[in-house]
Design a protein around this ligand. Structure first.
Ligand SMILES: [Zn+2]
Length: 183
């Protein structure tokens, strides 16, 4: 799938669409995450279901995201699967003239020209996913409370950490000790 085609998937036509309810499905796949430059996501598939309720002056959009993505484990740096399941809502008010600054305050309410042809939700979907991403991901502990991270990496991490705690001292403390002796 090329970039242009992918962007087209995130355009909802509203011109000439009669009042009523409509349903759409879009996939946020690896190509989407690359195009949106969401570097935190290595791979994955989120199925996005969109319900659009169209009235004369108002379009109400409900988004349901469901799927699994792959992110980098903060402990061992290997990929870890993260299930995601969340909802967002967007209201689009249709007006004869859009005043300057009218869209500055609220990301979830858009004010658009009533003659608009389509809604481009690509950036909205990008921001919704960014907000839903966990800040820290690690491989889960097993039933015994042991980390399921890559054992080889954990070995290296343990070796790096162990001598540091036991042997190394802060040179600034040594300097202070010397000062005290001179007094
Ligand atoms: Zn890990």
């Amino acid at each position: 799938m090329n970039e242009k085609q992918l962007r087209e998937d995130f355009k909802l036509r509203v011109a000439g669409v009669e009042d009523g309810s409509y349903c759409f499905s879009v996939s946020c796949n690896k190509e989407f995450f690359e195009l949106a430059e969401i570097e935190e996501v290595l791979d994955g598939l989120l199925n996005l279901r969109i319900e659009m309720v169209r009235n004369e002056k108002l379009i109400s959009l409900s988004f349901h995201y469901e799927g699994e993505i792959s992110m980098t484990c903060d402990r061992c740096l290997l990929p870890v699967n993260v299930p995601l399941n969340f909802d967002t809502r967007l209201l689009v008010k249709l007006v004869p003239i859009v005043e300057e600054g009218e869209n500055d305050d609220d990301d979830d309410i858009w004010v658009m020209d009533e003659n608009i042809y389509e809604l481009d939700i690509f950036h909205y979907v990008y921001e919704s996913i960014m907000l839903a991403l966990p800040h820290r991901v690690v491989h889960e502990d097993d039933a015994n409370g042991n980390p399921t991270c890559d054992p080889a990496v954990m070995d290296i991490l343990n070796k790096m950490n162990a001598p540091k705690d036991e042997k190394e001292t802060d040179p600034r403390w040594d300097a202070l000790k010397n000062l005290n002796l001179e007094d």
